[in-house]
Design a protein. Structure first.
Length: 330
């Protein structure tokens, strides 16, 4: 039987409950956590939203403060929370072992996500993973199923999360996403969402943005850009979305340096280029990657990349171009 909110409520009732997003939470992760928190509250279960890594985008931070969302950050030290090992953790918009969520103290009993599973974890007592456009979609579906009314703030957050992750209904959209759009729209503050959507690029990042665009190299419909300056997670994603809009580009690999390695954001606009499968193949010997058909990410260890050649850009381009020809041939 499909998972439903009543099973989750029964599981966590009586425990101290934390809802953990992926690191550096984005709009969809925060909206999902906020929506789930409000829903559990309607069943008399209080919970706390927590995360590792700050909210980086100004537009996301605005959403958090304007909608009154309270979140607990570990301030970049996973031991630095009031959490203890008997606390129950529900992960949203992420799964253990997917590389983008730190292991906070507590027991991960449940997971609600819309990403394909990287690493099978057996010890979830509740697992609802559906490959839909956003995690917000799954949370909205819980409300519809159990008939609990949501606040305008929750509806606004969920609809905004849904729009962000599907890039305004142009990426990874399923029938359920469209149904949830219908469900959320009359309950939301659409003017607020419009305002958020008109502020995706920060003025202070314009220089970085134009630098990134100057670094684009295109090989046979595949665009690469190495961002050679410190940049936020969300910024890398914004740049890769933008590059995909170039007519010659059908597949994008954007990456930047992180301590001990490189962080990747990958996008595809063609079904025959499965971004998740390609990044997982490309990085299998040097790191870890995966995700959706249209949108994926990964990490490569610097040492392993440099072992192949000190010209790391060449190494990375070759890894991806080889993975693409291999995966496309299938
Ligand atoms: Mn998401």
């Amino acid at each position: 039987m499909a998972e439903n909110i009543h099973n989750l409520v029964d599981l966590v009732r009586g425990h101290r409950v934390f809802i953990q997003t992926h690191n550096f939470p984005d709009q969809d992760a925060i909206a999902s956590a906020f929506g789930l928190q409000y829903l559990l509250q309607q069943f008399g279960v209080p919970s706390t939203i927590c995360h590792h890594g700050p909210v980086e985008r100004a537009v996301t931070a605005n959403m958090v403060s304007e909608l009154g969302i309270e979140m607990l950050s570990d301030e970049n030290d996973s031991a630095n929370t009031p959490m203890c090992k008997n606390d129950y953790i529900i992960t949203v918009d992420s799964q253990k072992g997917s590389g983008n969520i730190d292991d906070l103290i507590g027991c991960e009993v449940a997971c609600i996500d819309h990403h394909p599973t990287f690493v099978e974890v057996d010890d979830y007592k509740y697992k609802d993973v559906r490959i839909v456009g956003s995690c917000s979609t799954i949370i909205a579906d819980y409300y519809r199923e159990c008939g609990v009314e949501m606040s305008e703030g929750v509806a606004t957050a969920l609809l905004y999360g849904l729009k962000c992750d599907t890039r305004n209904f142009t990426r990874g959209v399923t029938r359920l996403d469209v149904e949830m759009y219908n469900y959320l729209f009359p309950k939301s503050n659409n003017q607020l969402i419009r305002r958020y959507q008109a502020a995706e690029i920060e003025y202070s990042e314009l220089n970085a943005f134009s630098d990134s665009l100057r670094n684009i190299e295109i090989y046979d419909e595949v665009g690469f850009a190495f961002l050679d300056f410190p940049c936020k997670e969300g910024f890398i994603a914004t740049v890769s979305d933008f590059i995909l809009d170039i007519d010659l580009v059908k597949f994008v690999v954007v990456y930047t340096r992180r301590p001990h390695g490189f962080k990747f954001s990958v996008r595809s606009e063609l079904d025959e280029f499965d971004a998740g499968a390609i990044v997982s193949e490309a990085l299998k010997d040097v790191g870890l990657g995966g995700g959706h058909k249209a949108m994926a990410g990964g990490f490569a260890e610097e040492e392993k990349v440099l072992e192949k050649s000190i010209d790391f850009k060449q190494v990375i381009q070759n890894l991806f171009l080889d993975a693409i020809s291999k995966k496309k041939a299938k």
